[in-house]
Design a protein around this ligand. Structure first.
Ligand code: NZQ
Ligand code: ZN
Length: 387
């Protein structure tokens, strides 16, 4: 296990009715920029509840609405402008990862003199941010408790993740009942996303990091248990609660610190979203088994076998046999039990036109991963996933 610093400054209020704690925002000032997406929070009533709590607490609310899935830099710029012209004191995101990510870069952009795209390209330029709060409505990204934000500039086919300790939320409300209205498609995509975060952290060769590995395997077992239940029973509280808390812990450092993993499936997926604007979790689901099969070798079989035995309960003693079965279990879970698309063609990517340029960019973003991948390797993985 390597040395590490573990620090999560986010206060989590977890459970039914915890949105009442939004009155605590008043400690950050008077003026809130409330960011939200395309309207789900208006339909399910969270919008009205939040506004009432904020206004009862004497806070003035300015709205940044219409944050799109795979949030765009133009929306971030709109938010930064509002912050600067209206003297906003803090940013509150109510939504999924897209809304929270957008709010994070708005908060950082409000404290930055240049264009916020600079902060997306280089997180070290983020030297300060307005306080960030969130009410999570979709279990997936872990943005509610992490230092990352992912923003797109579709005019350049670019989607990049940035990171800074300044954009970790100060407080996040996690009320599982708020995810009852999440569609089957997004529930499945969210589950695939949090599984992928766990895989990205878990598949490494670090010796002696048993705590992290066991936490990761436990999180995966929880996701595999509750994902299908949430699909079938959208208002099953325990299913939604376990997915929500598992999603946060998959990416907040708990299973990564001390292991130094380098992600590779995410950089590959971000190129799919950058060129085709697809749903992040669907892209990951399609790529994950293709990646697993591509990197399976005598060197990696032991780790895949560990995964198979500890997550899927396989009893095969031969590592390669267990590894192959584990990949098959993953495929069956994502595509059959969770009903996710299994090929790129199913999400509208019908030919190889952009694969070369996408693979070159993804290769730069995945240096040091479990199995080092060249642009040519990544192109082959895209081709295997095309269908
Ligand atoms: O926009 P609204 O109307 O709110 O609808 C959203 C959106 O259409 C809907 N939704 C959210 N909560 C709902 C709901 N519908 C009904 N009931 C609710 N309670 O779901 C749709 C998708 O929302 P979105 O926020 O885009 O999903 P997700 O949370 O999966 O976020 C995806 C974004 O996060 C980035 C992805 O790349 C993508 O841009 N990621 C962020 C990470 C991070 N900050 O750490 C890491 C991830 O790996 C990921 O890259
Ligand atoms: Zn992700």
């Amino acid at each position: 296990m390597y040395n590490f610093r573990f620090s999560i400054p986010t206060t989590i209020y977890f459970g039914k009715g915890q949105i009442s704690h939004l009155d605590e925002l008043k400690k950050s000032g008077d003026k809130v920029l409330m960011c939200y997406g395309g309207g789900s929070i208006r339909k399910n009533g969270i919008y009205d509840t939040a506004l009432k709590i904020l206004s009862d607490a004497g806070l003035t609310v300015t709205e940044l609405s219409g944050v799109e899935p795979n949030p765009k830099i133009e929306t971030v710029r709109r938010g930064v402008e509002l912050c600067k012209t209206q003297g906003i004191d803090m940013v509150l995101a109510i939504g999924g990862g897209s809304t929270i990510d957008c709010a994070k870069i708005v908060a950082a952009g409000a404290k930055y003199d240049g264009d916020p795209w600079d902060l997306v390209l280089d997180g070290s330029r983020i030297k300060a941010a307005l306080p960030i709060y969130s009410v999570l409505t979709l279990s997936a990204t872990g943005s509610e408790m992490d230092e990352f934000a992912v923003i797109s500039d579709m005019s350049k086919n670019e989607k990049w993740g940035t990171a800074s300790e300044h954009i970790i939320p100060a407080m996040s409300v996690l009320d599982p009942t708020y995810t009852f209205t999440v569609s089957k498609k997004q529930t499945a995509a969210g589950t695939a996303d949090m599984m992928s975060h766990t895989f990205e952290n878990y598949f490494n060769f670090t010796e002696g990091a048993d705590v992290q590995a066991n936490f990761a395997e436990g999180l995966l077992r929880v996701m595999i248990k509750y994902g299908p239940i949430a699909l079938e029973q959208p208002d099953n509280y325990d299913a939604r609660a376990n997915l929500m808390w598992a999603g946060s812990n998959a990416i907040n450092g708990l299973i990564a610190d001390g292991c130094q993993p380098a992600w590779c499936v995410h950089p590959m997926e971000h190129e799919l979203s950058a060129f085709y604007d697809i749903t992040h979790g669907q892209g990951l689901a399609i790529l994950t088994p293709a990646w697993m099969e591509y990197v399976l070798s005598d060197k990696t079989a032991r780790k895949f076998a560990d995964y198979g035995r500890h997550v899927w309960g396989l009893t095969d003693t031969d590592d390669m046999t267990a590894a192959r079965k584990a990949i098959e279990c993953t495929r069956d879970f994502l595509f059959n039990k969770m009903g996710m698309p299994s090929t790129l063609k199913e999400v509208g990517i019908t030919d190889k036109t952009n694969f070369k340029v996408m693979a070159e960019k993804a290769a730069k973003g995945s240096v040091g991963s479990f199995v080092p991948l060249t642009a040519e390797d990544i192109e082959k993985i895209y081709e295997a996933a095309l269908g």
